[in-house]
Design a protein around this ligand. Sequence first.
Ligand code: HSE
Length: 324
Amino acid sequence: MKVSVKVPATSANLGPGFDCLGLALPIYNIITIEEKVLPGSGNEINIIVNNKNIDEASVNQLPMDENSIAYKSVEMLYSLTGQVPTDLKMTIETNIPIARGMGSSASVIVGSLMAANALLSNPADEAAILSIATEIEKHPDNIVPAVVGGLVASSIEDDGSVFYHKLEWPDDWHITLCIPDFELQTEIARSVLPKDVPMHDATFNAMRMGMFIEAVKNKDTELMKYALHDKLHQPYRMKFLPAFEEIQQSLKELDNVMGCVLSGAGPTILVISHGNNIDEIKQRVRGCWDAVNINGEIITTKIEHEGAKLLDSHSERINSPQIV
Ligand code: HSE
């Protein structure tokens, strides 16, 4: 039997929602698991790069054995039925940029869990998939939108279960992803965060999180400008992000830009805007990048409303972002 799952990229944090807000994007990885015909031939993991902007060298550094997150995910799913994965061929067709804050590891975890689940006739329901995936990833903000799609606020409860609530994203708000040509590993970006934060920084974010929810609900672009700020992670990560502050300052001058935040742990920068001056936004970002010799890709996309899904035909393997 062979199962393929298509999983969207995600952008987490979205300003005030550190470790709890995230949205799905129309860029996809496809994870396929196949039972091998020859018993005793062992497990095998392959990665196929589908995006010319993904550096083969970074892919070659990923573990391809039992230490890979694909294998660990499948192993955890199999343990629900008391089994150990044997003689499986796992293939990751990767189109989501790696180590750029766009949920590539969450997509592999979710895709591997869902494919293994289908192979074993679905021992895990959605709640179990979310809880296992979050246990592996450690925070739910990429995992939940990868599974359910759309814009989502999520939390982990004390027993490890994941609670989420979907929010409406205004259709005419644009997401521009500025993806630089360098990587930032999440572990490194998390290692600089403090264990405790000042009370006024916590209230700063809590207040803006409330504004964020009201702003998307009422499509209120002015309120969103107040909401898209953070004191819990971005200030600590600035040192990894040449030009981020300059980009924020430059885009502040454009009335239709609501904000400019880190996508996940970075280094991708996410610009939220309305109206039709996308080219001006891109030029300004390029100008700030040029000043510090950064290259990269800038794409404007819609939000992906659908989460991960099993593929039942080859025709669904669309793998390019919907550029606005
Ligand atoms: N919320 C996480 C972080 C996302 O900012 O570290 C990592 O992808």
